[in-house]
Design a protein around this ligand. Structure first.
Ligand SMILES: Nc1ncnc2c1ncn2[C@@H]1O[C@H](COP(=O)(O)OP(=O)(O)OP(=O)(O)O)[C@@H](O)[C@H]1O
Ligand SMILES: [Mg+2]
Length: 222
């Protein structure tokens, strides 16, 4: 759990042919335990912000702070953030259990503890009984829940989710939204959730950031 501060972040991609920046002077604070949604149309820079926070993308200007510590130059693996990507990919050669436990293995968690932590999150996400399945043997909703389990199991300081329910049909989206709401109430992990669905943001969030063309237009507290 952590308070995240984004200060004066700008980013322009090299390959970008227009003169406009992808992100222009973004300032944003996510309080400890807060659920923040970023709402905006396609191409406004939502995925770019998440990439900069995780460390996958290097910003041109600006800094990131976690609990007042500057992490701008900190390597990805040291940040202890987790990302559920826009196109969630599970490791195809690993079953559900191994996919979920992988991050713990990388952190040097013992086998017994890995099993316990993975089992706990799998049952919270209604995935018990599917431990031995591979990605291709899961439905879209199940795959999505495994991706969320994989992100949550490591107890990240900040959880980043990039339109995680896009591939799901309407009914399942609503179920997933409710599940995520419940999980956040339980664990209070600082979360940034990207979506272009207003109702989803309204339902889930403590704070909503509305973006267009690389800029923040409005920050709404709910
Ligand atoms: N690797 C890249 N090289 C050049 N331009 C890029 C690159 N990645 C993204 N862009 C451009 O930067 C802008 C922001 O992209 P980004 O992926 O952050 O948008 P987004 O808000 O996540 O959109 P969507 O809702 O469609 O996922 C877009 O104009 C996009 O074309
Ligand atoms: Mg995106």
């Amino acid at each position: 759990m952590a308070r995240l501060e984004i200060r004066n972040i700008s980013k322009k991609y090299e390959q970008q042919y227009t003169e406009s920046f992808s992100l222009v002077n973004i300032d944003l604070t996510v309080e400890d335990g807060e659920f923040l949604s970023i709402l905006g149309t396609s191409g406004c820079g939502k995925t770019t912000i998440l990439g900069i926070i995780t460390g996958i993308i290097k910003p041109d200007t600006g800094s990131l702070f976690v609990e007042n510590v500057d992490i701008t130059e900190m390597p990805i693996e040291k940040r202890n953030f987790a990302l559920v990507a826009q196109q969630p990919l599970l490791f195809p050669n690993m079953n559900v259990m191994d996919n979920v436990a992988f991050g713990l293995k990388m952190k040097g968690v013992s086998k017994g503890d890995r099993l316990e932590l993975a089992n706990d999150i799998l049952s919270k996400l209604g995935l018990k009984g599917l431990e031995k399945r591979f990605s291709t043997q899961l439905s879209g909703g199940e795959r999505q829940r495994v991706a969320i389990a994989r992100a949550m199991v490591t107890a990240p300081k900040v959880l980043l989710m990039d339109e995680p329910f896009n591939a799901l049909h309407e009914e399942l989206r609503v179920d997933m939204r409710e599940l995520l709401y419940k999980l956040h109430k339980e664990n209070r992990v600082t979360t940034i959730f990207v979506t272009h669905f207003k109702e989803e943001a309204n339902f889930l969030s403590d704070k909503i950031v509305i973006m267009s063309k690389g800029k923040i237009d409005e920050i709404k507290l709910l």
